[in-house]
Design a protein. Structure first.
Length: 342
């Protein structure tokens, strides 16, 4: 099969091209999936160049050689014999999933790595939304955003940021999206359902305060690493959820602790993957809520550009690195093959 295979970390992920490797052999409890779509995210770039926390020599689990990629949609080609009796998923079912090795034509994964795609949702959109279930977890479960509250999202053009905006709107919040530049802000105002898009330059914090009538926001979903700025944007007793550090280039900030006390602010980190490994029951509840929002049409996946075939993955990673993207890139790998309904 074709796959974006890394024999070693690569400092320039945009130069990656697919090569021919063996189709993975499904072990006892594995499902073999024919991948129809995959979706790159910021973490894939860090995995490729060896800068993600998951590549840490002691704590990590992503080491060369490996096939890059995490989020995929596909069709079940083979069900493990151990699960044939349960038949909750069968050959031909459309599924989404997450496991290292997704930028490929096939992947073999355990049952807990895949979920059925709701009827009526196309596989490309489902693939786009798979990797950003973090948005539902962080907005609904961690920040506990309520109807009528004001929410600020940093890195709002990104995959996770744009999904945070959608989930916050779906629960009835007023959403302020931060954008890197005016050009992207224009596209976001046109294509995203948010209440304000503010460009992250100059007096942007004052603009957030003005928009909220001087009160500040109830919650900040921070994808870029701006806790000190988030404190200044928060209302009294607000919550800041630390999701990522996309803008920090690996250098962490020192936080003004006295300002947290003065405003009674809660700062909470949320690590989706590890939380899922430790608390699978809670993760299933998160997915039930998230898939229901998707199936009910409350979240409108925002797909950026056109990327056909694994050979377009280098361009996709380049566009991500260059911050051109708003919403999610989905790379089509193969045509959708639906199970016969006869
Ligand atoms: N906590 C978790 O469990 C979890 C799960 C998934 C991802 N993450 C993290 O969440 C963050 C967002 O991930 P993503 O996949 O949504 O990334 P993404 O699609 O690349 O989006 C990141 C956004 O951050 C903004 N940004 C500002 N400065 C940047 C810089 N120097 N480099 C790159 N982007 C910059 C960009 O928007 P503008 O150009 O408009 O500023 C960009 O759209 C990443 O840090 C990722 O590692 C965390």
């Amino acid at each position: 099969m074709q796959a974006v295979y890394l024999p070693a970390f690569n400092p320039s992920p945009s130069s990656l091209v697919p090569s021919t490797v063996a189709i993975p052999s499904a072990k006892d409890d594995d499902y073999l999936i024919r991948i129809t779509h995959c979706s790159p995210q910021h973490a894939d770039i860090l995995h490729a160049n060896g800068k993600h926390q998951n590549v840490h020599a002691k704590r990590g689990h992503v080491h060369p050689p490996f096939i890059l990629g995490y989020d995929f949609a596909g069709v079940i080609e083979q069900v493990p014999s151990s699960n044939v009796a349960a038949r909750d998923l069968v050959e031909g079912d459309r599924v989404i999933g997450g496991r290292i090795g997704a930028f490929a034509e096939y992947i073999a994964v355990p049952r807990n790595a895949i979920r059925r795609i709701p009827d009526g949702l196309d596989s490309a959109s489902a693939c786009a939304m798979h990797g950003v279930a973090v948005s539902y977890a962080s907005v609904v479960e961690v920040a506990r955003v309520k109807q009528g509250e004001a929410v600020l999202v940093s890195g709002a053009s990104g995959g996770l940021g744009s999904a945070c905006c959608m989930v916050a709107k779906a629960v009835g919040a007023t959403v302020i999206a931060l954008a890197g530049d005016e050009e992207k802000a224009k596209a976001m105002r046109r294509d995203m359902d948010v209440d304000a898009v503010i460009v992250n330059t100059g007096d942007w914090i004052q603009k957030v305060m003005d928009f909220t009538g001087g009160r500040g926001v109830d919650a900040v979903l921070d994808n870029t690493g701006m806790v000190n700025d988030a404190i200044r944007c928060c209302a009294y007793s607000g919550t800041i959820v630390i999701l990522g550090f996309a803008a920090r280039g690996g250098v962490m900030e020192d936080v003004k602790m006295n300002r947290l006390l003065l405003k009674s602010i809660t700062v909470v980190g949320y690590r989706y993957g590890e939380s899922g490994r430790r608390f699978p029951k809670q993760m299933n509840e998160i997915w039930d809520g998230y898939l229901k929002m998707l199936a009910d049409g409350k979240l409108k996946p925002l797909l950026y550009g056109k990327y056909e075939g694994l050979s377009s993955m280098g361009r996709a990673l380049k566009d991500l690195e260059e911050r051109k993207v708003y919403g999610k890139i989905v790379v089509s790998v193969a045509g959708e093959v639906e199970r016969s309904k006869l």
